[in-house]
Design a protein around this ligand. Structure first.
Ligand code: RIB
Ligand code: CA
Length: 326
């Protein structure tokens, strides 16, 4: 099924990545994806790019260009990736088929700039570190006013995950996040851990999904979620898999399913325990803040789970995850 021509047209910048895989499936189902840019994050750029290409093959989206971007954050170094959650290749224990094609280019930043300069009103959905987006804004400040919205899965208005203070995407490249937050974007939406942790896919839900998947090639998504659910339950106190990145897509395709408020946000850059933190000021202030974002604070978990179910089962089954409702 293809999205309606009235759906928002988006650039998806991602680091697949288990939850990025769900985000890609949702974006291809509900939005007009003009192209995918890959970034180093969960795993290295070579793997995130191969994973994005392989997922496009599986999802019948070989027409969607995939451009490889930056592997390393602006700081020039990266202490570690997120393989404890995503597995050595970024796809858990799943070995995706080799991609049917090479990346469209290895110049994602140039492609992002050219694409935005060529089309007013595109939305940028970012589900990894903001390295590519920051490079694009630095190279072409003129694109800021042409972007309809940046919808970013990153940061947190409460706890971090990589450190006590920092969420992974921001922790990898806080300088990039600071550049994006300070760029003067008309609409910047931060979908942080504070809300993504409230939408979980638990074991019964994933088992029901596997039952309901009616295209054999999509069964791999149940395999990806199986791994992610086990890892998140073993490494955190979460009672299921938080598919963080899916919410950055749904914020664009179904904005009525999330709610947030514009708040001042400071990205902490100083070395130390708070580096990579998105310090969200939730005081009831009146004066405007120069660096702010719409911070999402609520999500309709049931409806989001139904959308994920529908995207992976082509609309079959109940989507509620209730085995009795199949
Ligand atoms: O903290 C969650 C984020 O880090 C998600 O984007 C996940 O894919 C990882 O990149
Ligand atoms: Ca990601």
């Amino acid at each position: 099924m293809t999205p309606y021509l009235s759906s928002p047209r988006v650039i998806l910048d991602c680091d697949p990545g288990l939850d990025d895989a769900i985000a890609i499936a949702l974006a291809l189902r509900h939005l007009q994806v003009v192209g995918i840019a890959t970034v180093g994050g969960n795993v290295g750029l070579e793997r995130t790019t191969a994973n994005a290409l392989a997922l496009c093959d599986i999802l019948g989206a070989t027409h969607v260009p995939v451009h490889a971007g930056h592997d390393i954050p602006l700081s020039g170094s990266l202490e570690h990736r997120a393989t404890e959650y995503h597995g050595p290749n970024g796809t858990g224990s799943v070995q995706l088929p080799n991609p049917s094609r090479p990346p469209t280019s290895v110049n994602a930043v140039e492609w992002i700039v050219e694409t935005i300069r060529g089309e007013e009103g595109l939305t940028v959905i970012a589900t990894g570190p903001l390295t590519n987006i920051a490079h694009a804004l630095n190279a072409a400040p003129d694109i800021v006013e042409r972007i309809a919205q940046v919808s970013w899965m990153g940061g947190s208005s409460d706890a971090g995950n990589t450190t006590a203070a920092a969420e992974f995407n921001c922790w990898v490249d806080p300088e990039a996040a600071d550049i994006v937050f300070r760029a003067g974007l008309e609409r910047l939406t931060m979908i942080g851990l504070n809300v993504t942790h409230t939408v979980l896919l638990d074991r019964p839900w994933i088992d029901q999904l596997r039952t309901d998947i009616n295209k054999p090639e999509l069964t791999v998504f149940a395999d990806l979620l199986d791994y992610y659910e086990v890892r998140q339950r073993s490494l955190t106190t979460l009672a299921g898999a938080a598919v963080h990145d899916a919410l950055a897509v749904i914020n664009v395709s179904h904005p009525e399913l999330l709610a947030g408020i514009k708040r001042p946000v400071e990205v902490i850059l100083a070395e130390g325990a708070a580096r990579g933190m998105t310090l969200v000021d939730r005081r009831p202030r009146r004066e405007p803040a120069p660096v702010a974002a719409t911070v999402i604070e609520w999500a309709d978990g049931d409806s989001i789970r139904q959308l994920i179910h529908g995207a992976l089962t082509c609309g079959s089954g109940s989507g509620t995850g209730d085995p009795s409702a199949a």
